[in-house]
Design a protein around this ligand. Structure first.
Ligand code: PLP
Length: 375
């Protein structure tokens, strides 16, 4: 059994994927070209943004977002305590301070109350300038943007949506990647929309910012092209082959995979409703369940389930074992008295189970039975 079964997906989409790879090889153009352009146009239309600029991975996408807005020394960047390091790494890299916020007890996403408290603490101290918020749609479940956006507007903060885990999810009629001045996603193989290597994309509505991003992605190229370098940039591109692979995968995501993920999540929800805390998705929203995480009643129970699943060779993961504020790399970040009660408790009790759109009921029942046996 696979935690995320990419081979089953390949079998389902093999004809189209093979055909697309062959077409790229026969055309002999491996950087840029028609597949990249077609993918960018389709993804922008799908999420409802004016521009999609593809790049090398989701981490680059976030770093580029920081470069676009000149986030750096003296700035405070607010981010949730539960996320992957890519969301918080750019702050450190560009000399800004990460100010971690606690998470919501139901969705495990950035808590708006903690966010506002932390902004006020930074202002009261008067050392750092509150500059940006990185809102992460954790586990594929959208953040509460109706609560977060007014806070960003009130304090003049740039909102960056880290939608690495949530491509295909939606929040009250809008797709993830549509929130904030800028949104980023990842095509790492295990993400809801994954390629066969690394890839990422940035979404914006502003034409000038889109042009700036295209320049940054190609070594700060200027109006006269790639040898007319006008700023410091990066080399961050999505390979033509990866775009060609993503096109049929995107079609499958749009046509049925998001729906299939709901079916799998529902089967787990029903089996675990009374024994675990199952995922909560806000009214009018849809998660893509990049991960299906349950909370056990305590750490001992979680660890007992992990041990039993591992013994039965059923893949399982803990996303994430350590909250950001407790990572060694952030030991010197500023602290404002936030205790991260919810984030600490989440890490102590969380457990993720096999989850992908090709998980058959029978195979899933095997996972469910093993979890129940462990109790
Ligand atoms: C995976 C991930 C990223 C980074 O994506 P890569 O393509 O692996 O660089 C960023 N943020 C979050 C929340 C992620 O899960």
């Amino acid at each position: 059994m696979q935690f995320i079964d990419l081979k089953a997906q390949y079998q389902a989409l093999k004809t189209e994927i093979d055909e697309n790879i062959r077409a790229v090889l026969e055309a002999g153009q491996y950087i840029g070209g028609a597949p990249v352009k077609e993918l960018e146009e389709k993804l922008a239309a799908f999420v409802g943004r004016k521009h999609c600029i593809s790049c090398a991975n989701g981490t680059d996408a976030l770093q580029i977002a920081f470069m676009v807005y000149g986030i750096g020394a003296g700035d405070a960047v607010f981010c949730p305590d539960i996320t992957f390091i890519s969301s918080t790494e750019p702050s450190k890299m560009f000399g800004a301070a990460s100010v971690f916020c606690d998470i919501q007890p139901d969705t495990y996403n950035l808590c708006p109350e903690s966010l506002e408290k932390q902004i006020q603490a930074v202002l009261a101290e008067g050392k750092l300038k509150p500059k940006a918020v990185v809102a992460v749609d954790i586990l594929g479940n959208p953040c509460d943007y109706d609560a977060i956006i007014p806070i960003c507007e009130k304090y003049g903060l740039i909102l960056i949506e880290d939608a690495a885990q949530s491509f295909g999810a939606s929040y009250k009629g809008k797709k993830c990647c549509a929130f904030g001045q800028i949104a980023t996603t990842s095509f790492f193989p295990a993400k809801p929309l994954g390629c066969y290597g690394d890839g990422g994309a940035i979404f914006v509505d502003d034409d000038e910012i889109a042009a700036l991003i295209r320049s940054i992605c190609v070594h700060g190229k200027g109006p006269k092209g790639k040898y007319d370098n006008v700023r410091v940039g990066m080399n961050s591109r999505l390979d033509t082959l990866q775009a060609a692979i993503l096109l049929p995968k995107f079609k499958a995501l749009e046509e049925h995979e998001v729906a299939d993920r709901q079916v799998v999540a529902k089967r787990y929800n029903e089996a675990f409703a009374t024994l675990f805390t199952t995922p909560f998705v806000q009214e009018g929203c849809e998660s893509v369940y990049a991960q299906y995480a349950i909370l056990a009643k305590d750490t001992a129970t979680r660890d007992k389930v992990v041990a039993h699943l591992t013994e039965k060779k059923i893949p399982n993961m803990i996303y994430y074992p350590t909250p950001q504020h407790a990572l060694p790399v952030f030991k010197d970040e500023p602290c404002y008295g936030e205790e991260f009660k919810v984030a600490n408790d989440y890490c102590a009790r969380t457990l993720s189970l096999p989850m992908h759109p090709y998980l058959e009921a029978e195979e899933q029942q095997h996972v469910i039975d093993a979890v129940l046996e462990a109790l």
